[in-house]
Design a protein around this ligand. Structure first.
Ligand SMILES: [Zn+2]
Length: 128
């Protein structure tokens, strides 16, 4: 009998950069380099070309929100000139995007896995 989908568990595992299915195998083989599959349960993380496009969009959207909040914060809390604010803001936004990318990829892997489990796809085997 299949287990009920436990989506919060899948997201917790993925955000710890572990396989959303078993929680054991590492998601990444380097910084923002997703493994092809889980070394523990063989779940394929990259089933098709472009499967991480959603991660790219998610990262871009969150980075844009960060940039907007940063711009408002700098406007309200500092008296920096425009060139200084743009320079500091650009460095902070690019740094944020760089650091957030693997988090976004892990999040998106959990989104895909949760969707597959909910759809009863044959290649997923949820584990408690
Ligand atoms: Zn696994």
């Amino acid at each position: 009998m299949p287990l009920e989908p436990n989506k919060p568990l899948y997201f917790r595992r993925a955000l710890r950069k572990r396989c959303p299915q078993c929680g054991e195998g590492p998601l990444f083989r380097g910084f923002a380099r997703l493994n092809e599959s889980c070394s523990s349960c063989a779940l394929r993380f990259r089933r098709e070309s472009g499967s991480q496009t959603g991660a790219m969009y998610f990262c871009a959207a969150v980075t844009e929100i960060f940039a907007a909040l940063l711009a408002v914060g700098m406007f309200l809390l500092t008296d920096w000139s425009l060139p200084v604010a743009l320079t500091i803001g650009t460095v902070l936004v690019l740094s944020f995007s760089y650091v957030f990318l693997p988090v976004s990829m892990a999040f998106w892997t959990a989104v895909e896995y949760s969707t597959d489990v909910s759809n009863g796809e044959s290649w997923v085997e949820p584990r408690a």
